[in-house]
Unconditional design. Structure first.
Length: 340
């Protein structure tokens, strides 16, 4: 006996409901660029640029390296004022706090969580393993940040050794690779060239660390975030590095440390026009078939490939500038609830 057919006028379920198992959650849909600013003037400029371009990138206000030694509390008060200010118009502003063993860790955390508007996330630097992540999560909760996701930097030997357990931590949303501190932790065994845009993709220990972080994140539905490129005056080197991070190493996000790096990073993580066109054609045909198998240009597709193409469309949506090209209007309306 054949299964009953779907009524012709019934609306097909949304891709997120039709294609993904509730027990296999998708990673958070974070912007592909995480822009760091630690100096007050650059913080204001970063927030103004975000207001101009839209939430295609996050702004991370840096309470660690951005604060002068001895001035951590005053710097945290500045960050709290910016978090609660009108310039935080999309709610996509986070903050990097101090390492858990810093004497001002709790003070800084309480100040930024006392802002009028909570940070979009808190970035934890230099955890040495799961125990430090546990301590940070407990402090976050105690300070009123139970709803604030925790991000962490993998830049110590202990954190890399326990990266799968850290990625599995329920409070973790994203893991970033801390290239500079990771190289320094090897006490000269890794040459300085491994911190360059090109060399970081050539040294075996650095590439191994990047792959382990990326794989751990994907295994636990977390977002892997790629490290910095310090040569901010060389856009071609940045684009090449961002392309490798996205296409070869499986990263879904990347750090920016200069405003000129934001657009190149977003562009590198944006699917090509051909990729988006193919994904849209297949998904619209699949939706019309209520997610049953279809034939598209002499190739058979089913829900396994639909999941891939849906992720292409989602990434294209997340990387659309306010002043740039958008997905087709019917796609935005059908899948993202936006008006035609």
């Amino acid at each position: 006996m054949s299964a009953p057919s779907t009524p012709p006028n019934a609306q097909a379920p949304h891709p997120r409901a039709a294609l993904f198992d509730a027990n296999d959650p998708a990673p958070p849909a974070l912007p592909v660029c995480d822009h760091y600013a630690g100096v007050e003037a650059r913080m204001h400029k970063s927030l103004a640029l975000q207001a101009q371009l839209g939430p295609v990138f996050d702004v991370t206000l840096d309470a660690e390296d951005g604060a002068p030694i001895g001035g951590e509390v005053e710097h945290a008060l500045l960050i709290a004022s910016l978090l609660g200010g009108q310039a935080n118009c999309f709610g996509r502003v986070g903050t990097r706090v101090l390492p858990v063993d810093h004497p001002r860790f709790d003070d800084v955390l309480q100040i930024v969580l006392g802002a009028v508007r909570l940070p979009a996330y808190v970035m934890l630097p230099k955890p040495r393993g799961v125990a430090d992540v546990d301590r940070a999560a407990a402090a976050l909760d105690a300070a009123g940040g139970t709803a604030v996701p925790l991000h962490a930097l993998i830049e110590t030997h202990g954190a890399l050794e326990q990266v799968a357990a850290i990625a599995a931590h329920p409070r973790i949303e994203s893991l970033s690779f801390g290239l500079m501190d990771f190289v320094s932790a090897h006490r000269g065994a890794i040459p300085a060239s491994a911190m360059s845009a090109k060399g970081q993709f050539e040294h075996a220990l650095v590439v191994r660390a990047k792959l382990e972080i990326s794989a751990a994140c994907h295994a636990h539905a977390k977002v892997p975030s790629h490290c910095v490129v310090t040569e901010f005056k060389h856009p071609a080197a940045l684009m090449e590095a961002a392309g490798k991070a996205c296409r070869q190493l499986g990263y879904a996000r990347m750090w920016s440390i200069h405003p000129d790096q934001i657009r190149p990073i977003v562009d590198a993580f944006t699917p090509s026009v051909a990729e988006v066109d193919q994904a849209v054609e297949i998904l619209m045909a699949a939706r019309a078939a209520h997610w049953a198998p279809i034939r598209h240009r002499d190739t058979l597709h089913d829900r396994a490939s639909y999941r891939y193409f849906w992720q292409i469309v989602e990434r294209a949506h997340r990387t659309s500038y306010a002043d740039g090209p958008q997905l087709p209007a019917e796609v935005r309306q059908a899948f993202f609830g936006l008006p035609l």
